[in-house]
Write a new protein. Structure first.
Length: 227
């Protein structure tokens, strides 16, 4: 069950329109980054964290980690221009074999009580992702005209963490680099190896804080958890 986790926190948060990296915004007096790191700090199965950061934010982040007793950081790695490059930088620092999770700093509500089936699926099958069934009807369009209504029963909205055997994720990132492939999640790189990826049902409140209204949802989740 033991694992290391890569946490990319080196974005710009452009869609949040806060004028700074959204993971430094506070929810309930704590930066989003700290909410996320606390989950892994508290999880006994987590052997260490590799944190991808913007070098100009290193000092501020290190202070926050110290103030909040986050002690499991194995390495700070510089982020890249895209999330995928940030993760590749961190992955190069993962030495041991075993299981690695990748989890966005911008998903602070992840529930570690759900990790076991995800990690077991990665141990047994090589790769596993959290996802939830899509609730909306999804249509493909050509411009603003509907081209097709996609059958919903087979659609999943994908989240993090995503869990992998370290050797498989390293091979996938190597191949993506060689072929100049840019994916929107880690599993999409692994799929290109012909490797099966197991879907593990996650939780709808594991939202990624992306646009300003997500902060209202975040506050509602916090209130609900405090009840
Ligand atoms: N991330 C990263 N390096 C990048 C881009 C993103 O480490 N070059 C991280 C973000 O900090 C975030 C996670 O990847 O925790 C998911 O990315 P996203 O939600 O897209 O965050 P941002 O890229 O910061 O936001 P935006 O795309 O709106 O600018
Ligand atoms: Mg982004």
């Amino acid at each position: 069950m033991a694992y290391q986790v890569i946490i990319p926190a080196a974005g710009q948060g452009k869609r949040m329109e806060a004028g700074k990296n959204k993971v430094l915004l506070e929810l309930n007096d704590l930066p989003i980054l700290i909410h996320t790191l606390n989950v892994f700090q508290m999880d006994k199965a987590c052997d260490g964290i590799l944190l991808a950061i913007n070098p100009e934010e290193e000092e501020e982040m290190k202070m926050l980690l110290e103030e909040n007793q986050i002690t499991k950081i194995l390495a700070f790695v510089p982020g890249g221009k895209e999330r995928q490059y940030s993760i590749h930088n961190a992955l190069k620092q993962v030495k041991k074999d075993g299981i690695v999770l990748v989890h966005d700093a911008a998903r602070p509500f992840v529930d570690k009580e759900l990790f076991r089936p995800l990690i077991e699926a990665a141990e047994n099958k090589g790769a596993a992702i959290f996802a939830v069934p899509v609730k909306d009807t999804i249509k493909k369009a050509a411009g603003d005209i509907v081209a097709e209504t996609v059958e919903r029963t087979s659609l999943w909205a994908v989240q993090t963490p995503q869990a992998f055997r370290i050797s498989i994720l390293k091979e996938a990132y190597q191949k993506a680099e060689e072929e100049d492939f840019l994916g929107t999640d880690d599993a999409s790189l692994v799929e290109r190896l012909g490797q099966e990826v197991v879907i593990v049902k996650g939780n709808y409140d594991n939202i990624k804080l992306t646009t300003p209204e997500d902060l209202y949802f975040a506050e509602a989740i916090i209130r609900k958890r405090e009840q």
